[in-house]
Design a protein around this ligand. Sequence first.
Ligand code: BGC
Length: 719
Amino acid sequence: MDIEKIISQMTVEEKIKLVVGVGLPGMFGNKPSIVPGAAGETHPIERLNIPSTVHADGPAGLRINPERENDEKKYYATAFPIASMLASTWNKEILFEVGKAMGNETKEYGVDFLLAPAINIHRNPLCGRNFEYYSEDPVLAGELASSFVEGVQSEGVGTSLKHFVANNQETNRMKIDTIVSERALREIYLKGFEIVVKKAKPWTVMSAYNKLNGKYCSQNEWLLTKVLREEWGFEGFVMSDWFAGDNPVEQIKAGNDLIMPGKTYNVFRDRKDEIEELKEAYERGEITDEVLNERVRAILKVLVKTPSFKGYKFSNKPDFERHAKISYNAASEGVVLLKNDGVLPFSAETKVAIFGTGQIETIKGGFGSGDTHPRYTISIFDGFKERGIKVDETLGEFYRQKVKEMRNGDYKPVFVNNFNLKIPPKLPEDIVDESKLEEASKRNDLAVIVISRISGEFVDRKAEKGDYYLSDDERKLVENVSEKFHKKGKKVIVLLNIGGPIEIASWLNLVDGLILIWQPGQEAGRVAADVCLGVVNPSGKLPTTFPKDYKDIPSKTFPGTPNDNPTEVIYEEDIYVGYRYYDTFQVVPLFEFGYGLSYTKFDYKDLNIKLDDENIEINFEIINTGNVDGKEIAQVYVKAPKGKLDKPFQELKGFYKTKLLKPGEKEFVSIRIPLRDLTSFCKDKWLLEEGEYRIRVGASSRDIRLEGKIYLKPKVFDL
Ligand code: BGC
């Protein structure tokens, strides 16, 4: 395809149309989407055989409408685990498989771009969209998202790596000015994007809503042109987030190639339609031919690879059975076992009473653009039954009835915003009375309590009861169940069906087992049951710290100032995000970054570190010393010497997940870390400071099993 020839045949008007989307499908008088439920489209230029291309969310599965007008057929998509759970797998192959399956559904439903992955940093546990994001650590996020992008794009459709950059909250997300040092940007917030752009070459990057140090990301030439293209060599195109920024001319000039969804400046801002504005700017000479051609070229180079451009005949029939298995596998590797006082796994013969409305309304994922519409979500209650666990059916039926009554009564879904987004309010958890509880504790051998949370786009979570903290009725439920069961010598397990950290420290002692099942997608109940039974040996580890209390967190300025309506958020904690803060300032978390238990045990031995001019190579062995099969995630942290720059106590530089090891079986692990990755950012350079580097190999960030040292000479790397 001769792109230069196409460009030479295009009129200025056609070029301007190509850099602006067609408008939010089906709203504000725009025509409905080619694929109902998709988020946007590019303009077709029929005269030159350039078709429209279709863009749809998102990170947990393709987001399209399951139903269409005058059509009996359903258009479901597989619901995969949320991104934080995918990150808990620490398994690149799984991320590739999930990406490939999502990419396949994207292609088979006639969509060209999947608006994922989202890799913003978990700066603060209350960010409403953290569930869509991977981790507090950019290396873990970047490495895993690279595999995801490779998986999606192996199907011949595009990804959109988002939200570029420092979009770490929902409160006032379209206007907030994020003030952050260049060092923290480079080492933390940009780092994951840099890894993915260089390794996986995403077809597109989505510029974020927020301002970055005073300038909207979508109008920020430093970000979109200097860093992304000139330094990192990005070759795809940049699209804005939906309705982002306040000036289309600045967007185009800065390097934001495509303005999405289009036709919004006249609706949301007090301005003309952006196509009109761009035309006027072109006539004034403010947008030159050179700039316009550059934007068009970037877009066309990608568009010619899309299924729509190639005339792909999609089937509308993805292989749901295969994808359900992939969703199940990913979820089962992402479950994190947090506590086990001899209660797990239990046998299917165990009589189990399940408490909590989440056993019926199990949360598959968060709300907003990161939501999906699957064929089903297996609830915890149904999953337990299906897997043959002797659940207390009377109690389960009671919960089912109660949930139904409440949802038909005072707890109907409520609107969250003006995009018709409706969310069911949280149900009370004080519905089992004393005598029912007493009976259940007599009839059963074990109690399982489900604690659920949902959060999503548009709103941040709150450090309040019912959200970050247990509500009074949830706490009562945990206390009462634990008292009744423990009195009879019976144990209690809690399943956390949540999208991000909650406060646990104050009630952890009341329970014997604690399993983080996250928001695991459509296979939820099956995965939870299989972990409880030991059919799956949990092998996930935390991609984000669970602090003891909200007051312990580093990002004290969240969500910014002034308090009631923040316009600015200063990242005062700088590079000390997540474990970098807890470890450096000796704040002990409840469950540290990288933590997760197993039903077996692993030993680490024979550390051997080699050094050449460009890399260090870290070799060691992992042995399964327990009684059951299991996988281990080994993590390599490096403690750099303090030189000119302050350094965090340690930083994750590599990781490896073993295959399923049988009891007694060992695996040799070799992790290569380029010296460039050991540097810190210092005024336009990456600096490797001279001194002793401690190589810490651990089962978590605070469970270091092997330690070695190397001495490195100073070295400077260009950006
Ligand atoms: C979200 C993006 C999403 C887009 C299209 C925006 O509100 O921030 O993540 O891709 O909408 O749905």
